[in-house]
Design a protein around this ligand. Structure first.
Ligand code: AMX
Length: 456
């Protein structure tokens, strides 16, 4: 069966032709208006970038190469033995090639990544070990990734003038696969830094899937010896691995305009290699308006639980929510800039919990998360401001990680960063396949804007 690179090679000529034709025949076609509101409003609604792979629909939510999450769950291969969720490896294949991989193709990509990721470069190990153990985990991840630029095949061959523009994508693909493959060890190293004085919490194996390695290196498959009290039994370890597969499979990207994906694309457009490009994306993901929402939700749930007598007390919960709204604060985990329905990624995470009632029956935070998803939309509707009163993607994920023992809230975003690599790096490969140029939007100053208003 075909490797990922061979499968990709098969679809390239047709896509290159399409782009050529679009540019030569329809280059002057107007896409849409750009208003002063969008210039001063974070470019909301501007359709001004090319992005393949994921799209966002206000009613149906995210689509991965046109498949909904539900369809992905039905059609993308899992391990075949120990999983109720598809492997992120199969999502990577889908995004890269546009086709659902076979079971064998998923298996071969799984093995390829596991082999590529078996060792971190010695300089990256050294850099990470030298960092203050209490440094923000996302700073550690960005530094680790940036340090790997030393081994970038793209950067090296570009500098030597060894590759022509048409082939840039090949080394970009190599680097991107190496980067994605390195994330279990990087993540494990960072987690051991912040929880275990840098001592490893688990082992890497070339024979398991990407998420099993992530979980193993977080110390979630063999009990933990560190200060953390987590001791999972084997069913819980397996469930945690499946949670990781689910989470990292559906957080890969949404439409490219988000800060981490767009930053990766922007920095990559200067032909920076994938390590530098994605390290920049990680810096953006660390921002409180982007990747940190999941931890806000966890704080909110814990705080609310300490203020209500029980999750059964609907009136108390309602009153608590009104108190938050009346003090001009938002209900974290609710609302969305584009979506106008409950986020299907939230629904998928909720279903994970619902499928395991015994596991969660005594976890007040998870119970509250479930209860809130029924109560908060009613309160937000009555409040009448939010255009979307439903739970978003961040409503459930953090509290599920917390349940299994990941208590370091800042670390959630590192796990997010593992998943997010898959979408933007796929796009980076396609940017190079299609020869997309350096990004250079034109800006306007006060005088420029005022001149436009005079024309109105
Ligand atoms: N609680 C209270 N008020 C809310 C609200 C919420 N969860 N969501 C929206 N609103 C308010 C807004 O603050 C805004 O009020 P204003 O007119 O006084 O400024 C009004 O409703 C209209 O906002 P909107 O058009 O519906 O949303 P938006 O596109 O401006 O913002 C979002 C979207 C997600 C930032 C917002 O819903 C929010 O702050 N939610 C809570 C925080 C959160 O869950 N963030 C995670 C987002 C998920 C993600 O993309 N990672």
């Amino acid at each position: 069966s075909l490797t990922l690179k061979e499968a990709l090679e098969n679809v390239i000529p047709q896509k290159r032709n399409t782009v050529k034709e679009l540019k030569s025949t329809y280059g002057g076609t107007v896409v849409g208006p750009i208003t002063i509101s969008s210039v001063l409003g974070g470019m909301r609604g501007n359709q001004s970038m090319f992005w393949q792979g994921t799209s966002l629909d206000p009613e149906h939510g995210i689509r991965f190469q046109d498949l909904t999450i539900e369809q992905c769950q039905k059609r993308l291969p899992n391990t075949g033995v120990d999983g109720d969720n598809f492997l992120p490896e199969s999502m990577l294949w889908l995004l890269m090639t546009g086709s659902v991989p076979t079971f064998e193709q998923t298996g071969s990509l799984r093995r390829e990544l596991a082999i590529r990721g078996r060792k971190l470069p010695h300089y990256t190990e050294k850099v990470l070990l030298s960092l203050p153990k209490d440094m923000h985990p996302m700073t550690q991840l960005a530094i680790g990734l940036a340090s790997m630029n030393k081994g970038s095949i793209f950067a090296k061959n570009y500098q030597k003038g060894l590759i022509g523009k048409n082939d840039f994508w090949k080394d970009t693909l190599e680097d991107s696969l190496n980067l994605i493959a390195s994330l279990p060890l990087l993540t494990g190293r960072i987690y051991s830094n912040i929880t275990n004085e840098g001592h490893p919490l688990g082992e890497y194996s070339e024979h398991v899937d990407w998420c099993t390695n992530i979980c193993s290196l977080l110390g979630m498959t063999n009990g933990r010896s560190s200060s953390n009290t987590c001791n999972l039994n084997s069913q819980q370890s397996l469930d945690f691995i499946n949670l990781m597969r689910l989470y990292t499979g559906i957080h890969v990207d949404h439409e490219g305009g988000n800060v981490s994906a767009h930053t990766t694309h922007l920095v990559g457009s200067a032909l920076s290699d994938p390590y530098l490009s994605y390290s920049s994306g990680i810096m953006g993901l660390a921002g409180p308006l982007h990747g940190l929402a999941a931890q806000e939700v966890v704080r909110f749930l814990i705080e609310m639980n300490s203020n209500i007598s029980s999750t059964e007390q609907e009136e108390e919960i309602k009153n608590y929510l009104w108190k938050v709204l009346n003090s001009n604060r938002v209900i974290p985990g609710y609302g969305h800039a584009v979506l106008r329905k409950p986020d299907p990624r939230f629904t998928a995470m909720l279903e994970f919990a619902q499928k395991r009632p015994t596991e969660f029956k005594d976890d007040e935070n998870v119970l509250l998360m479930q209860k809130l998803s029924e109560i908060a939309p009613k309160v937000l509707l009555e409040h009448g401001k939010s255009k979307n009163p439903f739970p978003n993607v961040d409503s459930a994920s953090g509290i599920l990680f917390y349940h299994y023992g990941i208590r370091e809230l800042l670390f959630f975003t590192v796990i997010f960063g593992c998943s997010r690599a898959i979408g933007p790096l796929t796009q980076l490969v396609w940017d190079r396949i299609l020869g997309l140029p350096i990004e250079r939007p034109k800006s306007l100053n006060f005088e420029g804007l005022q001149a436009l208003t005079n024309n109105d």
